[in-house]
Design a protein around this ligand. Structure first.
Ligand SMILES: [Zn+2]
Ligand SMILES: [Zn+2]
Length: 346
């Protein structure tokens, strides 16, 4: 008897797999059965067990900066604490990423914007509109610096036709009162923090940060059930953040790697792009260098430093290895370069 060739063995295995696949397909009711399963899976509530489990759950939805092509979406985070689903910043794509993670858009209870650079709110209209489309039937406060009224008024103009169609009753009859959000201006003192949200044991404090010429700019601290996470927003490395985050479990901090920016600027000058070089270097003046950020985390006494809003960033594997170089000499806790869609349980 001739031994079976590898090709022949593969052919038998493939045929067997096709037969088994067809049997399973029939057993599940064919295409209609598969479609039913897909719909049931979509309707199934996800992350239900995270609500009210006594922990803080942080999702870094967008960990990029305005830099296109970095493979990261702009600033956005979601937090599940008790019954609340809070959003910190609403950069472009926020509702899409939430959908990809099966986070329930209709359950969002509040949105907090750190400042009015577009990479922090360019997805706000989309988020409010999508959560309304997904049957959010409750009012939604949008907390932010001065200007929040203007932004919401602007969105009401932009979305006027869409709101009209969806509340007309022709196909849908959504309540137009909940189509957008209620603006709530936040104004913490120059130093220290102000409680801006306090419900069912979830407390959110706003505090001022130093984002150079961009004023005002805030960070937010969230406390729940003896656990705590602080978001720096966009800022230079400053004791303002260290004080606000004092004793927290985790600090989600923006970063710029100044060394990388300076060497990139040198290359830009050599290649005849002095304006681009100068612009890149100016970013260092109002963002937080990696090494100085590690010192802020040490001063705050947090256990974990989660890096976000990474400037610059490249998809190269080696780039990530170099990015945090030197930080662990300044901060003994855990340092994590977060990714879009990552979840942290505190
Ligand atoms: Zn900014
Ligand atoms: Zn930014």
């Amino acid at each position: 008897m001739k031994p079976r060739t590898p090709f022949r063995t593969f052919g038998y295995a493939l045929a067997a797999a096709i037969v088994v696949g067809l049997c399973v397909f029939r057993a599940l009711g064919g295409a209609a059965g598969l479609q039913r399963m897909a719909i049931e899976r979509t309707l199934e509530p996800k992350h239900e067990s995270l609500f009210g489990d006594g922990r803080l759950h942080v999702f870094t939805l967008g960990t990029g900066s305005p830099q296109p092509g970095s493979g990261r979406m702009p600033a956005a985070n979601a937090i599940i604490a008790g019954k609340e689903l809070l959003i910190i910043d609403a950069g472009e794509g926020v509702s899409r990423t939430m959908g990809d993670l099966s986070l329930p858009l209709d359950r969002i209870t509040a949105v907090f914007i750190t400042h009015w650079h577009s990479d922090h709110f360019s997805g706000l209209g989309e988020l409010l509109n999508a959560s309304w489309n997904m049957r959010r039937g409750h009012p939604l406060n949008v907390y932010g610096p001065a200007g929040v009224d203007r932004v919401i008024s602007g969105l009401s103009l932009v979305y006027a036709d869409d709101i009209g169609y969806r509340s007309s009753g022709n196909v849908e009859k959504l309540d137009p009162a909940h189509a957008l959000g209620t603006p709530v201006e936040v104004d913490p003192a120059q130093s220290g923090s102000a409680i801006v949200f306090d419900r069912d044991g979830v407390v959110v404090r706003a505090f001022r940060v130093d984002h150079g010429h961009v004023k005002p700019a805030f960070g937010y601290r969230i406390d729940y059930n003896g656990r705590c996470v602080t978001f720096s927003g966009d800022t230079v490395a400053t004791s303002l953040v260290a004080k606000a985050a004092a004793g927290c479990d985790a600090l989600v901090h923006e970063v710029i790697n100044a060394k990388m920016i300076r060497s990139a600027a040198a290359v830009l000058r050599e290649t005849g792009n002095p304006e681009m070089a100068a612009r890149a270097e100016r970013l260092i003046d109002y963002h937080a260098d990696t090494i100085a950020t590690a010192r802020v985390a040490a001063e705050a006494g947090v256990r974990t430093l989660i890096l976000t809003h990474l400037i610059p960033w490249s998809r190269s594997r080696f780039f990530g290895l170099l990015y945090t170089s030197g930080m662990s000499e300044e901060f003994a806790g855990t340092i994590i370069v977060s990714d879009d869609g990552q979840r942290f349980d505190i």
